[in-house]
Design a protein around this ligand. Structure first.
Ligand code: AMP
Length: 281
């Protein structure tokens, strides 16, 4: 495994790859867990050469968010990916990606305006800007993204379509803890008791799915049941609960059925920690 620490090292590595080879790319912010590693494994299964990037992207954090405290442990991350046998890890510094002179920020104007985009207005511009720069540098054949961040996946697919990137975006299933909690670097902020409480999030999503499968079609009732379940556990506050069309992300106001192509998603605070999850119906 080569560790590429600068832009030059990355570009030299990239230039040596034969054009007949497929290149898989997994962008991450580090603090790697089994969810990240599942993306890396998929990339390695499907591509000739794989590259993982580890970069905490400051542009996707808003004021008062957790940029300063975001978990990081590069040595541990490198051990984990070396064990899997990935070919390259790109660990750029901030000035490899951004310069003081930068005056361009990518913005998506529809899919990114709701849900996470509404709660975190700077988030998707930050994500799209860094992912687009990384795509330009790594020039992958395929890039792997988790369905845990479903809206991010949809918005990135939109960027690739609109900007004509010749890159195949591969959605990867959400990896969960034994109790159902979606794995996330931010779970490191939770103590043991909170991790246990957090299982209610996925249980409420499963309950919503089951309600829809058994014929409940009123989104207000379904959202109400999710809310009641979550608020029955102490420490929770709801940011949003959504039942939306999984392609347009527009809220479904009428009847929701198993044929609606719905995605149920939510963001909640467990004490200070913001957690998101979703389930496709
Ligand atoms: P992050 O480091 O949080 O920016 O995540 C990097 C990539 O890993 C993104 O594509 C995430 O959607 C994906 N990811 C994070 N958590 C999970 C998970 N529990 N299961 C699958 N993919 C995940």
């Amino acid at each position: 495994m080569v560790i590429l620490k600068t832009l030059d090292e990355l570009l030299r590595w990239r230039a040596l790859i034969d054009s007949s080879k497929s290149i898989g790319f997994v962008p991450t912010m580090g603090a790697l867990h089994e969810g990240h590693l599942s993306l890396v494994k998929k990339s390695m299964d499907e591509c000739d050469v794989s590259c993982v990037s580890i970069f905490i992207n400051p542009k996707q954090f808003g004021d008062g968010e957790d940029l300063e405290s975001y978990p990081q442990d590069l040595d541990e991350d490198l051990k984990k990916i070396k064990k899997i046998g990935v070919e390259a890890v790109f660990v750029p510094k901030n000035n490899d990606i951004y310069s003081k002179d930068d005056s361009l920020l990518l913005t998506e104007t529809r899919l990114s305006m709701v849900l996470e985009g509404k709660s975190r207005p700077q988030f998707f511009s930050g994500v799209l800007t860094v992912v687009s720069k990384l795509f330009n540098l790594v020039q992958p054949t395929s890039a792997y993204f988790g369905m845990k961040d479903a809206q991010q996946l949809i918005v990135i697919q939109k960027m690739v379509d609109d900007m004509k990137y010749p890159i195949n975006i591969v959605p990867c299933k959400t990896v969960r803890e034994h109790n159902g909690l979606a794995m996330s670097s931010r779970n490191e902020y939770l103590n043991r008791e909170e991790r246990d409480s957090a299982k209610i999030i996925y249980l409420s999503l499963l309950h919503a799915k089951q309600l829809i499968h058994s014929g409940e079609s009123n989104p207000k009732i379904i959202k109400g049941e999710i809310e009641n379940m979550i608020l029955s556990v102490s420490g929770f506050n709801i940011d949003y609960i959504s039942i939306a069309d999984s392609k347009t992300l527009l809220e479904l106001d009428g009847n929701v059925t198993t044929n609606s192509g719905a995605i149920v998603s939510l963001a909640v605070f467990l004490n200070e920690v913001r957690l998101i999850d979703n389930i496709y119906i």
